[in-house]
Design a protein around this ligand. Sequence first.
Ligand code: ZN
Length: 136
Amino acid sequence: MTALRKRCRCRDWRCDHWWFADFRVRGRRYRIPLKTANKNLAAQLATVERNSLLKARYGIFQQPDVAFSAFAKDYLKDHVAVNTRPGTLAREQEIVKTLTRVFGSTRSRRIVSSNTSVTASPGDGGLTARFPQASP
Ligand SMILES: [Zn+2]
């Protein structure tokens, strides 16, 4: 989960100091200054920061040539578990389990996100997996 924190010691959290996003990605802790004292805005910025960090640093959606089973495991752990509700996680786990039975050892060439549903299909020389995009 992404937490919002202040680093100052003011008694009232509505002070004019900046909010910081505080979260973990694969065991690493990140504290990002959000450059605003507005809590609602900070919460939105924190979500954006975290998502772009996941995409940029770990290539969640564009991991080349990784076995589908390995990708699916990371997808559930780093993406679904942190970005969606518990009910969604349970549903995704079931779907991924089924897909892994079929595509487990297939190398994934292209993994893309979509807003529809979880599907996977063998394409030219590789697998294309489609996962729903997380809604914050
Ligand atoms: Zn303060």
